[in-house]
Design a protein. Structure first.
Length: 235
């Protein structure tokens, strides 16, 4: 019989408990993996729809997504469709780290009953404390923004986190991406200031300067590779 006061007993007891707890955690993680992926996909669908001002609930988001998103595909920097790639499966954060010429660029085609065709483009960048991301929806001519959605991982509440609010995202509605024949993604400037160039602009978040600059950099970096494709729409 093992002495419960001995070092051997302690080591054996700890080892057995670690194995049991580890096995239980592994089983739980595997059991919940499909559900976690399902929830992540549903959240992504909801965000895509929010960029075209479609409100949906968790119970109906999948049906709503397939009702409004009538097509999706991937293009390259030259605006050509890339065969064999699924738009929804593309990791935009990973692609954003590559040179523009090597990126897979997802496009979601939305059909709104009262407002026609919209093209939704995903974005990924960095804020003050971590990743930020979003979706920009363009009208059928590929030049005018119909709506925008942004989210973040850990920006400061009341400051940088305000990029999720309608007061910020609503400023993008109606902004133009092409001006005088030039492709100029919308820029984000400090409230009360003007951009250096002729591009359309929105006011940044008061007290959230770095996050606002992150959104501006994200728009420029992620939308510029779509130039050729958007030009093909305008033609």
């Amino acid at each position: 019989m093992i002495n419960k006061q001995s070092n051997v007993y302690t080591v054996v007891y700890i080892t057995v408990m670690v194995v049991i707890v580890g096995a239980a955690l592994a089983f739980t993680a595997m059991s919940l993996k499909d559900k976690q992926l399902e929830n992540a996909d549903a959240d992504k669908m909801k965000q895509i729809l929010q960029s075209v001002h479609v409100a949906t609930e968790r119970a109906t988001v999948v049906d709503d997504f397939h009702r409004y998103i009538v097509d999706s595909f991937v293009v390259d920097e030259q605006g050509n469709k890339v065969d064999g790639e699924e738009a929804f499966a593309v990791n935009v954060a990973t692609e954003a780290k590559k040179p523009a010429s090597e990126r897979l660029l997802p496009v979601y085609v939305c059909q709104l009953p009262d407002n026609g065709t919209k093209y939704i483009l995903p974005l990924s960048g960095m804020g003050l404390w971590g990743p930020i991301w979003g979706y920009v929806a363009l009208d059928s001519d590929g030049t005018t923004i119909y709506g925008a959605f942004f989210d973040h991982q850990g920006e400061t509440p009341g400051l940088g986190a305000e990029i999720t609010k309608p007061e910020f995202t609503g400023q993008f509605d109606g902004k133009r991406m092409f001006k005088d024949g030039q492709f100029l993604p919308v820029t984000v400037v400090k409230k009360g200031q003007l951009p250096a160039g002729n591009e359309d602009y929105v006011d940044g978040i008061s007290g959230g300067t770095i996050t606002s600059k992150g959104v501006g950099a994200m728009l420029d970096d992620c939308l510029m590779p779509y130039r050729a494709y958007l030009e093909s729409l305008s033609k």
